[in-house]
Design a protein around this ligand. Structure first.
Ligand SMILES: [Fe+2]
Ligand SMILES: [Fe+2]
Length: 241
């Protein structure tokens, strides 16, 4: 289905990315936020990213002729408990495994080259804040929200409840606020690094640091996309049923 045929529905970029991962690839390439900013229409998201909306629509239509060529998981068809486990085992694990390297690289590069590249100490500050927030956030998901969602799926009833929350929307709203805060830190990181552009005379550590950071942010986008656009709406829907 082309983008133009969906115009009247005012589909959000998050919903588009959920429906067709090729659209998510277009958003990623163009720097359009479909995770934390996933509730915007294409027009609003293009405007927020400073892009010509017609060019964005054209790229979205074109993406439908592209055969991705690699296996794409149909996350939307997965049971919620399986998706929650996948998020923990793939994305939460990735954040935990990446933390030490990002800590070391951000520290070393800021210490060695902070005078030449004056943004490096502030960049480290944002990176460490992002990591700390994510660690706390993931614990909340693993200990509160994801068990709640699994319970909902098992009981298939709207009366599950969990701890001090009476509806699943309450912890979801808290997690979405956390995602927005993480998205704001990522925005600052991308701005400081001019989208992870490695300076011509950067040393190997600086090079590795920016590549790792770019990979980390890419993984975080996918992580938040799976939660905001797929897992959380499914949980809200289960509770209604
Ligand atoms: Fe998560
Ligand atoms: Fe999350």
């Amino acid at each position: 289905m082309s983008y133009s045929s969906l115009e009247t529905k005012q589909e959000t970029v998050g919903e588009m990315a959920r429906r067709d991962y090729r659209k998510a690839e277009v958003f990623k390439k163009l720097g359009i936020d479909f995770c934390c900013g996933g509730k915007k229409t294409v027009e609003e998201a293009a405007e927020a990213a400073g892009l010509d909306v017609d060019l964005v629509k054209e790229a979205l239509d074109k993406s439908e002729t592209v055969n991705v060529g690699t296996a794409q998981h149909d996350f939307d068809s997965w049971p919620s408990s399986f998706l929650a486990d996948y998020i923990v085992n793939v994305h939460h694990k990735y954040v935990r495994e990446s933390t030490q390297l990002l800590d070391e690289l951000s520290n070393r590069v800021a210490y060695k080259h902070g005078e030449r590249f004056s943004y490096l100490p502030l960049l480290r500050h944002h990176v460490m804040e992002l990591l700390e927030e994510l660690h706390t956030h993931m614990k909340k998901e693993e200990m509160i929200l994801f068990p709640f969602i699994k319970q909902l799926e098992q009981q298939n009833t709207g009366a599950a409840g969990c701890g001090s929350f009476s509806t699943v929307q309450q912890p979801i709203s808290v997690m979405e606020d956390d995602h927005n805060a993480a998205g704001e830190l990522v925005r600052k990181i991308k701005e400081l690094t001019s989208n992870f552009t490695i300076p011509a005379n950067a040393c190997n550590s600086h090079n590795l640091y920016f590549k790792k950071l770019e990979e980390f942010v890419g993984d975080l986008y996918q992580h938040i996309h799976l939660e905001n656009n797929i897992l959380f709406p499914k949980a809200v829907q289960m509770e209604k049923q």
